[in-house]
Design a protein around this ligand. Structure first.
Ligand SMILES: [Zn+2]
Length: 461
């Protein structure tokens, strides 16, 4: 059994919306109280209250009605969140990570979780538990929960970008395969995680999979261009520090939050699609073990270094997490291996090759040539998790490469998905659709200045 979570939007009336936000705000109050209690204790040089049981005792001492409509189960889930965050930080600090922070910041809205038995799930309707003496709070879900009701273990009410969501967590059994079709643990594939291609996979029999993330990068790029344009347009309206913003300014802030949320959801869905493609391919190939090159050691992400925007947008940790989760459900094991040198070593003669500028790795020593990410994945497949390269196994170079794209839902990804952020007659959209740009269209004329600046020809970078 593995736990999976689906985020479902809520359809609420204004009254229900007010009550839901009341619950989140009350949870924020619980959070703030815990912080405050611990501030006092620190001043008196007492040990902080951190264990879940101690905090629960404190909460029940506050009596009913202190936190609005929030019931004690919901209040305790906030304490659980605090306690988990505190002990996670303590564990990381003990392990030598000085950048780990204890929870200190107040938050206006804190997500609330309820466990099985306290809520009611009835098709698309959910009854959210509230404190005794208050009316029942039923809300509608925007879509059906993708799990059978008897597998649902908890629900979490949260707000993202000004919208209400319910995270539904279920305990899902691991996939059962017909005999002879289950993943074979002795069949291992190497996975290279990258920016241009979120996943490049090299399988045991010479097959390979290349997942293109162009649509994700395009979404990031267009979102950045839009954000900059919006900020330029709104800069004049920005209130001075201490000044209350105008109504127009507040409306602008609301729109920013909504657009940010939509952008995040779009990218997240494409990342899930990419991981699903990899797992589907692995199941077809009966691959039972994925060796994933972990680039975080090479990048030195933990040292608190600043990185450029592209690297941050890559979200490597999440890509690894999503892949691991989906693999667990499919009954495939995932091992992280050191990927040092895999993209700069020739697989045929094992000599160092300077980092190629394009996608093709060409060896100057032995005339080997192949796709850079797939070559890296093939090298990763020969590594052993945890250990160094003991006895180097021969690299199996892929002969058959399957190409997949993710992010078909993203605007601008296909002809039918016109980007609503771009006007229909936009020269950039036409250029992107008609393949190689016409020399006259691409040339800049004085009256088009600015409109062509964000365009890049496909395949650039
Ligand atoms: Zn070579």
């Amino acid at each position: 059994m593995v736990h999976r979570t689906a985020r479902v939007g809520l359809r609420v009336t204004s009254g229900q919306r007010r009550r839901c936000f009341g619950l989140l705000r009350s949870a924020g109050d619980v959070w703030a109280c815990v912080l405050e209690v611990n501030t006092w204790r620190r001043r008196r040089q007492d040990a902080p209250l951190t264990s879940y049981q101690e905090l629960c005792r404190e909460l029940s001492a506050s009596g009913p009605g202190t936190f609005g409509e929030l019931d004690s189960t919901g209040g305790r889930s906030v304490l659980r969140r605090f306690s988990d965050a505190w002990f996670a930080a303590a564990g990381r600090r003990k392990a030598g990570d000085v950048s780990a922070r204890f929870p200190r910041r107040r938050r206006g809205l804190v997500p609330v979780r309820w466990y099985h038995g306290t809520f009611t799930l009835d098709g698309r309707r959910v009854r959210i538990p509230t404190a005794r003496g208050t009316g029942p709070l039923w809300v509608r879900l925007a879509r059906k929960v993708p799990y059978p009701v008897d597998q649902v273990r908890s629900i979490t009410l949260l707000c993202e970008g000004g919208r209400l969501f319910l995270d539904v967590t279920a305990e899902v059994p691991i996939t059962v395969y017909p005999p002879g079709e289950e993943p074979d643990p002795t069949r291992a594939a190497g996975v290279d995680v990258g920016i241009i291609h979120p996943y490049a996979v090299a399988g045991p029999g010479g097959e390979a999979l290349l997942v293109s993330g162009r649509a994700i990068r395009a979404e990031h790029r267009m979102h950045l261009a839009d954000t900059k344009a919006r900020q330029r347009a709104a800069a004049r309206r920005a209130p001075k520090p201490g000044q209350r913003g105008s109504r127009r300014w507040r409306k602008y802030r609301v729109r920013v939050r909504r657009v940010e949320g939509r952008h995040r959801r779009r990218v997240r869905q494409a990342q899930h699609e990419a991981a699903r493609t990899v797992i589907g391919w692995a199941v077809d190939q009966r691959v039972g073990m994925l060796k994933v090159g972990d680039p975080r050691g090479v990048l030195d992400l933990s040292a608190g270094r600043r990185h450029n925007l592209r690297l941050r947008q890559w979200q490597i940790g999440r890509l690894l997490q999503i892949l691991t989760d989906k693999a667990a459900l499919a009954g495939i094991t995932v091992h992280l291996v050191d990927e040092r040198g895999t993209s700069s070593t020739c697989p045929a003669c094992r000599k160092r090759v300077s980092k190629p500028r394009g996608r093709t790795l060409s060896c100057p020593h032995c005339q080997f040539s192949g796709h850079r990410d797939i070559v890296a994945a093939a090298s990763i497949a020969t590594r052993t998790p945890g250990g160094g390269s003991t006895t180097p196994t021969a690299v199996v170079l892929p002969g058959v490469v399957t190409h997949r794209r993710v992010g078909r839902h993203l605007p601008g990804a296909g002809r039918s998905r016109r980007d609503p952020r771009r006007p229909p007659g936009d020269v950039r959209v036409r250029m992107a659709r008609c393949g190689p740009p016409h020399p006259l269209v691409g040339s800049r004329s004085p009256n088009q200045r600015g409109s062509t600046t964000t365009h890049r020809t496909p395949g650039e970078r």
